[in-house]
Structures are given as structure tokens and as C-alpha cells.
Design a protein around this ligand. Structure first.
Ligand code: GLU
Length: 317
């Protein structure tokens, strides 16, 4: 009798779990994919499926006057910010091809900062810009700032400025799920490894892995296509990006090995605009301290499986 009862309960729990799992695997931008929420028979179980973390709302700060910043002043006169992002990195910077809706941790950080600068985040004009074109886009004024897995490096600082960091990741490897030959960076000899042009990971492969064949594309999604078709053996870039791809296609892809670099994500902005850099750093400080950063993380990047790290300390220079 008891055994029967526990089997019945186990069955219900399994169903509830299944429901939860189904609810999770929609595209990152779909907010209402509660595949399991209809399983009302499970006692207390239906709540789990709908307990997806919600994005915070951003209150546009009033009375902001940053006229010392040329970039801010131009944006204020224009009525909105122009922000560079990625569009093919699930949970970070993603654009739904059907709805055109943008989502992800980087996109939300961009919106949060806009509100802190006194400019309506709903009015942001987003521009998709590939890794290799970031410095030029900022230098030419094509964007006011850039938020897209953009590592702070001394070399880039010669051309542009960085606020942040607002997140820290590290270089890792993505391979096909059934791959048994690549388990870490030490297995890359003789392998074809794909990354994005102009990125820190492709540079590391070229500099430190001379026996590896680097393959470069403008975007990581092109590397991903090549990995799935077997044209390359691995994709390398930041773990945060790779985990997003693996979470979208867990039957075919896996992230392997320990991280082998430190990538501090900054918000890229014009080099000479110290006032904007200070204001964006202030925004990151304030929204890190009041829990907004964590709420954003949980509702975006956290969904790809990485537990929330501590909010990194802003490095002013
Ligand atoms: N974070 C690295 C970089 O800034 C890799 C990711 C990217 O290309 O955006 O180069």
C-alpha cells in the first residue's frame, strides 16, 4: 500500500519535473513557454514551471545632466541612445528572428544603464555589431556604447574606453556531444578550432596553440554551424557564450575543460569621454549594490546553467 502510494507520488513528481523541463527549453526570448504549467494535478507542482525569474523594470532617472559628456549630450538631443550588441548569442545578446525582440544579459545591462543615464531604455536603437568591428564602430560614433561580451584589454583601451567590468568569464571549448577526443585545451593539437575574427580567443589560439588550425568567421553562430556539420572540431570563446549554445542544443553539444583565460566584460565607449565612463561605472556600482544586476542575471544568463557569480567590482582608471 505504502509502496504503491510512493510510486504514485514518484510518478506525479516525474511528470511535474518533465513539465518543468519542457517549459525551460524555449528560445531565450520567449517569456511564456510554460509547457508544464497545465499539470495542475501535481500538488504544488504547477508553481515550479511558472517560477521563471522575471526581469526587473528600469526606472528612468530624472534630472540627469551629463552635459560634460559629448556622447550623452548627442544622445539626449536625439532622444535616445544607440547601443551596439550581438544578436546570435542566446542568454547574452540575442535577437529573435521572428519577433525581432532583443534579449539577454548584455541587452538588459544596456537597458539598465540607459535608464540610469536618464534616457528611456525602451527607445534604445540597437545595432548588431560583430566582434571584429567593435572598436571602429565606437570610434566612428556609430554607437554611443557597446555591450556584447566585450573583454577589457589594454590593446583595445588604446582605441576606446571601458566601463566595468560587469561580468567575468573565461575562454572555454564547445564540441559535439559524442566527441571523446577533446576534453580540454590540451587536446587541441591537429584540430580545427573556430572562433570569431577580432576576438581575444582566436588571438590566444594563434599565439599559444601553434599546432592547432584556427578557423575564423565574423560570428560565433557561423562557427557553431561548422561544428554541427563537422567542418571544425571545436568552437572556442568565452564559457558564458558557449554555455548558451549548449543549453539550446544539449543533445548535440557540450562544453568541455576548465576555462583557460580571464575575460572581463566591459562596456565599450568613446576613449576621450571620461564623463560617460564615470557615469556608466556609477550606474554599474549602484545597480550591482541594489540587486538589479542579480535579478537581470537570474532572468537571463543564469538560465543557461551557470550559477550567479559575485558582482564584479568596477575598475575605474
Ligand atoms: N570576450 C571575448 C572578446 O571580447 C570573446 C567574445 C567576443 O568575441 O565577443 O573578444
Amino acid at each position: 500500500m505504502n509502496l504503491r502510494k510512493s510510486i504514485a507520488i514518484a510518478g506525479i513528481s516525474a511528470l511535474a519535473l518533465l513539465g518543468t523541463a519542457c517549459g525551460k527549453d524555449g528560445t531565450p526570448s520567449s517569456d511564456n513557454n510554460n509547457g508544464g504549467a497545465s499539470g495542475g494535478g501535481a500538488p504544488g507542482g504547477s508553481n515550479t514551471a511558472s517560477a521563471k525569474p522575471q526581469l526587473p523594470t528600469y526606472t528612468v532617472k530624472e534630472g540627469v545632466d551629463l552635459s560634460a559628456s559629448k556622447t550623452w549630450k548627442t544622445a539626449k538631443d536625439r532622444g535616445h541612445l544607440v547601443v551596439g550588441v550581438k544578436d546570435d548569442q542566446p542568454f547574452l545578446g540575442y535577437q529573435d528572428p521572428a519577433t525581432k525582440e532583443r534579449s539577454g544579459f548584455d541587452v538588459e545591462i544596456a537597458r539598465m544603464v540607459s535608464a540610469e543615464l536618464g534616457l528611456d531604455p525602451k527607445k534604445i536603437e540597437f545595432k548588431t555589431i560583430a566582434s571584429v568591428n567593435r572598436e571602429t564602430a565606437i570610434q566612428r560614433g556609430d554607437v554611443d556604447y557597446y555591450v556584447g561580451t566585450y573583454s577589457i584589454t589594454d590593446k583595445r583601451k588604446e582605441q576606446i574606453g571601458f566601463a566595468g567590468p560587469y561580468y567575468i568569464s573565461g575562454q572555454s571549448l564547445l564540441v559535439q556531444k559524442n566527441n571523446t577526443s577533446i576534453n580540454s585545451k590540451d587536446d587541441l593539437k591537429g584540430k580545427k578550432v573556430c572562433s570569431a575574427k577580432g576576438s581575444t580567443p582566436i588571438q590566444k589560439i594563434k599565439n599559444e596553440f601553434p599546432e592547432t588550425t584556427p578557423v575564423e568567421y565574423d560570428t560565433y553562430s557561423l562557427c557553431l554551424d561548422n561544428l554541427l556539420s563537422g567542418q571544425v572540431d571545436a568552437v572556442t570563446t568565452d564559457e558564458a557564450i558557449l554555455k548558451g549554445y549548449a543549453a539550446k542544443d544539449p543533445d548535440k553539444l557540450k562544453v568541455v575543460g576548465a576555462n583557460f583565460s580571464e575575460e572581463k566584460y566591459g562596456i565599450g565607449l568613446p576613449k576621450d569621454d571620461a564623463a560617460l565612463r564615470a557615469a556608466v561605472n556609477d550606474a554599474l556600482d549602484a545597480k550591482g549594490a541594489d540587486g538589479t544586476w542579480l535579478a537581470i542575471y537570474d532572468a537571463t544568463l543564469g538560465l543557461s546553467g551557470s550559477p550567479a557569480p559575485a558582482v564584479p567590482a568596477v575598475e575605474r582608471y
